[in-house]
Design a binder for this molecule. Structure first.
Ligand code: NAP
Length: 255
């Protein structure tokens, strides 16, 4: 059975991705950091449907935890075909740019950028080894970035910058890993209903109704999971480093 790691697979977008991968026949390591019950529920659901799954606590910002996640996935599934870097946090307190703190910077950068970068490095080393020894035919890494990587929010500067850097990170790994049969993609979600956006629901209800973007509804975690499915089903065999916008058309500029 192909093996996948989904960071932050306990809730929201990561949960939908984990469930979709289970439907596609992947064994899934459902990573979480603070909500074991949510992660256990996802893993139980996957197992009830006949799949393999394990929920694993691990902070992506911790080097020790990152190594443990890769080791656990390989022990459990015998192979690692896919890493989805989904875990992420918004800027605590959403402070104005002029009040932004180094403490928040470190937390957001460690979780949203340093974690995915070094987890990708570990996953890539493992995938290279497995491709060369014939355990897996190819590997994939999918990074969940955000429209905040190019749309400015002055109350979430650190968050925006981590997501902008994730685009470059995607292209760096894509270029480096193409010869190793590992493809790397960025999925760029727009406004998606989840615990992360729950505190700003009223604000976005209004903006969406007023036409913030062409498709006037909230995005759903399943919208993002479907993009992951299209990639892992190999419908983009001649692509790598690609950004897929899952944003209701938010990226379209208009006059
Ligand atoms: P969410 O509902 O807040 O869920 C966040 C997930 O990440 C949870 O599973 C959480 O685990 C996990 N997590 C947080 N910090 C972690 C850490 N240090 N190590 C491991 N796991 C950690 O968020 P979401 O809305 O689904 O967002 C998922 C991703 O999509 C994020 O990268 C976010 O930036 C991106 N995104 C979201 C939106 C949106 O509108 N929602 C838009 C664009 C991009 P616990 O359950 O254990 O806390």
């Amino acid at each position: 059975m192909r093996g996948a790691i989904v960071t932050g697979g306990s809730r929201g977008i990561g949960r939908a991705i984990a469930l979709e991968l289970g439907r596609l026949g992947y064994g899934v390591l459902v990573n979480y950091v603070s909500q074991p019950d949510a992660a256990n529920e996802v893993a139980a659901h996957l197992k009830e449907a006949g799949g393999m799954a394990v929920s694993v606590r691990g902070d992506v910002a911790s080097a020790r935890d990152r190594a443990m996640l890769i080791r656990t996935a390989v022990e459990k599934f015998g192979r690692l075909d896919l890493l989805v870097n989904n875990a992420g946090i918004t800027s605590p307190g959403r402070k104005d740019l002029l009040e932004a703190t180094e403490e928040n910077w470190d937390l957001v950068f460690n979780t949203n950028l340093k974690g995915p970068f070094f987890l990708s490095q570990l996953a890539a080393r493992e995938m290279v080894r497995q491709v060369r020894e014939g355990t897996i035919p190819s590997g994939k890494i999918i990074n969940v970035s955000s429209i905040s990587g190019y749309a400015v929010s002055a109350t979430r500067a650190d968050y925006c910058m981590t997501k902008a850097a994730m685009g470059m990170m995607t292209r760096l790994f894509a270029q480096r890993l193409a010869d190793e049969k590992i493809a790397v993609f960025e999925i760029c979600p727009g406004v998606i209903e989840s615990d992360m956006t729950a505190p700003v629901k009223a604000k976005y209800d209004k903006l969406i109704a007023e036409g913030l973007y062409p498709i006037r509804r909230w995005g759903r975690p399943e919208d993002v999971a479907k993009a992951v499915a299209a990639i892992v089903l190999d419908y983009f065999p001649f692509s790598t480093g690609q950004r897929f916008d899952v944003d209701g058309g938010f990226h379209i500029r208009s006059l």
